[in-house]
Design a protein around this ligand. Structure first.
Ligand SMILES: [Zn+2]
Length: 142
């Protein structure tokens, strides 16, 4: 059901519920819609946007769907993070040093992860070292 804000030829505003816009037009042409104030059948839709009767329900569903998407994304990020961390060596704060050694062939080629400060990350990127931030998942806050 759609609620239309209607207006008659005497400018009386009233609401009507209709199955669809087509249904409204059909009833209007047959003179079945009358102004609630003056009974005029010369009515038209006012310029206000129609409201869907299930508006509240629809909003609730939209929220749920956003949450589901986020959960899915979080799950993917967590999975990615777990894949990286389970297959890489944690070098902690030695990361910038270790990743440089690997990059310049001073250390064996392997996957590592750890911590780096923003300026260290920037200089590593400047040097062309292939690094990427690990996805942060909310569970890490614990
Ligand atoms: Zn009227």
């Amino acid at each position: 059901m759609i609620r239309f804000s209607l207006v008659c030829d005497a400018d009386h505003d009233f609401d009507g519920w209709f199955a669809s816009s087509e249904e409204f037009e059909k009833q209007r042409k047959r003179g079945l819609i009358a102004c609630t104030t003056c009974n005029s059948t010369k009515v038209s839709k006012s310029l206000m946007a129609p409201q869907i009767s299930t508006g509240r329900q629809k909003d609730a569903m939209a929220v749920a769907s956003v949450d589901a998407n986020r959960r899915e994304l979080m799950a993917k990020m967590k999975e990615l993070r777990e894949t990286i961390t389970s297959q890489s060596e944690n070098v902690g704060t030695r990361f910038p040093e270790e990743v440089r050694k690997i990059h310049y062939g001073e250390s064996e080629q392997r996957s590592i992860y750890g911590e780096a400060k923003r300026d260290e990350v920037e200089s590593l990127l400047d040097e062309g070292v292939a690094i990427a931030p690990l996805p942060v998942v909310p569970d890490d806050a614990n």
